[in-house]
Design a protein around this ligand. Sequence first.
Ligand code: NAD
Length: 478
Amino acid sequence: MKKYQHYINGKWVDSVVHGENIIVNDPATEEVVGEISCAVKEDVDLAVEAAKKSYESRILVDMPPMERANLMRKIAEELRKVSKEGGKILCLENGKLLPAAEYEFIDAANYFDYYSGLTDKIEGRTIPVNSQVMDYTIYEPYGVSAHIVPWNYPISMLARSLSCAFAAGNSNIVKPAELTPLSTVSAFAKAIDNAGVPSGLINIICGYGSGAGNDLTAHQDVSQITFTGSVKTGKAILHAAAERAIPAVVELGGKSAAVVMPDADLDKVVNSAKGAIFGQAGQICSAMSRVIAHKSIKNELVDKLANLATSLKVGHGSEDGTELTPVISEEQLQKIENFSRSGQQGGASAVAGGNRVDRKGYYFEATVFDNVQPEMTIAQEEIFGPVLSVLEYNDPEEAINIANDTEFGLAAGVFTNDVNQATRMASQLNGGQIYVNSWFTGSVATPFGGYKQSGYSREKGQEAIKSYLQLKNVGIQL
Ligand code: NAD
């Protein structure tokens, strides 16, 4: 079995404590992909110490912005170089399609390229006080930034926050999810190393959330946290941050709805559903997990969605032609099964799927539920699987009420050819991003984040950089 290691202070190392190993499985075959010694408090201490020392050396802080930008572009170049090798490992440990796994490294490179362009635009301002005082502001990094990453997009999510924190001049510790750490500690770390990133600026350790994750967020020398994951853990992270009065970026779950108006092009809805609820087996924070369809077109749309769901080719992520990949674990599969059962017991009809797939691996059928009522669990909770709930509405007000009636507010969408309806809906739907006539229209340059329980932070785009900077005011008596 291949053994992987943590990346601390520019070196690959095992945990200093000879204890438990984390075994990583391929969700498609349930076979072992590799193992890594589980990071514990002593490893967290070493990683934080390395980050703190590198920060105090001011190697990144004092690096001229253009040089920092060049280093980030070099990281981007190296990430592109490892995309094939890293994609293979990511496909095996996560179960996702191989091209999608390779693309995460390209996406990561795009983040580093994008934020390299901001290194020389972190500008303060001068403030008139009186003729005897010269007053100006400076943006400075926080110091040591901790990044806690989920398993659904391990490389993209990591790069999203790390590139921005690095551009701002912070030293970093990354904790990948215990289900998918291998591509991060190997290929991602290799790109960092090959790019010549000075040791200590980026450290990667893998342990359990309740162990190393907890120790990291509670560490006295961590000065900022970025967490991407579930609402429940996000709240625990916010408590840990509050305990030490440090800032935290939180990017949490969702239950996003697409409102389909009577004039919509239904094929556009179906095309979006393919990627946005059945792609990545539905394990997408901003998945299009609810469709709210006008009663005049609902039956036609349900037929089309059911045809799509039943036509998808189930397979291993590395096989050509695969469209439906497994979910991450047996535990996740059971959760999805329970949701499906509760939907059927509550009166919703599974017009496609509804059960686990009868084959090895953690596969759940692409599922479409019709006759879903807004108060049902399958309309309210994040399932994080390939399960789409279709609800019906009569007038636009009702559609907005149904769409907004969950605790989440990550994304929402509207399908219509009427620009007035589109802009009205965009203004009234709760969500950090609104998609019109296609799901996932953003890029690394477009701000992303939630309303309500989906979190309040923004990542991506120019807005995100401020989360990694603190403001200093300097007043000089002349
Ligand atoms: P999770 O909350 O279970 O775990 C996320 C990370 O937190 C993992 O690395 C885990 O080890 C760590 N962790 C767990 N408990 C911890 C603790 N007490 N202290 C510190 N760290 C701890 O989430 P998950 O199951 O890995 O990811 C799925 C969730 O992530 C979904 O809800 C999804 O919507 C959300 N997500 C959100 C976004 C976004 O941008 N809003 C993006 C991707 C995923």
